[in-house]
Design a protein around this ligand. Sequence first.
Ligand SMILES: CC(C)(COP(=O)(O)OP(=O)(O)OC[C@H]1O[C@@H](n2cnc3c(N)ncnc32)[C@H](O)[C@@H]1OP(=O)(O)O)[C@@H](O)C(=O)NCCC(=O)NCCS
Length: 144
Amino acid sequence: MTFEQMAALHARSFDGAPRPWTGAEFRSILEGAGTWLVSVEGGLAVGRCTLDEAELLTLAVSPEFRRRGLGRRLLTLHEAEAQAREAKTLYLEVSVRNHAALALYRSHGYREAGRRTGYYAQADGGRTDALVMARNPGATTPKV
Ligand SMILES: CC(C)(COP(=O)(O)OP(=O)(O)OC[C@H]1O[C@@H](n2cnc3c(N)ncnc32)[C@H](O)[C@@H]1OP(=O)(O)O)[C@@H](O)C(=O)NCCC(=O)NCCS
């Protein structure tokens, strides 16, 4: 997948808010230290590991591919890569309004570890809070 294809998929998935990443941003992030991409047709995830902490930087499934298990598969692939890099704790940020993603993350063992007030810009110009979620080292990954 090219950086421009990643950006196009990201734009379709996020529908403007938060602002999708450009191809140049995908390139810059993926050329940075400790980052990786996992992808399937219709979806991608980008992760980063720093020492023993991993972070899910983005997860996107194109609307026409949703509810078929791709998000769960991408998250599982991301977790496997984080584990291979010896991450002990996995973090991510998600809007308090993103019920689909929250359900996915909770089912993978992520729990609320903090809250960033007004973190995300919304399409209507307002702001919404982000939850910081962490996955305990002992959490199990659902089978896909
Ligand atoms: C969140 C997202 C990645 C889920 O992708 P997906 O491929 O549709 O997810 P899956 O089919 O693997 O579903 C996994 C679980 O997520 C939850 N889920 C997914 N879509 C849901 C919805 N519309 N409503 C409620 N729960 C939902 C369910 O718990 C589901 O498990 P189930 O199918 O056993 O009920 C996708 O909706 C997306 O790309 N959204 C826009 C971008 C985004 O919000 N990314 C996350 C930012 S932190």
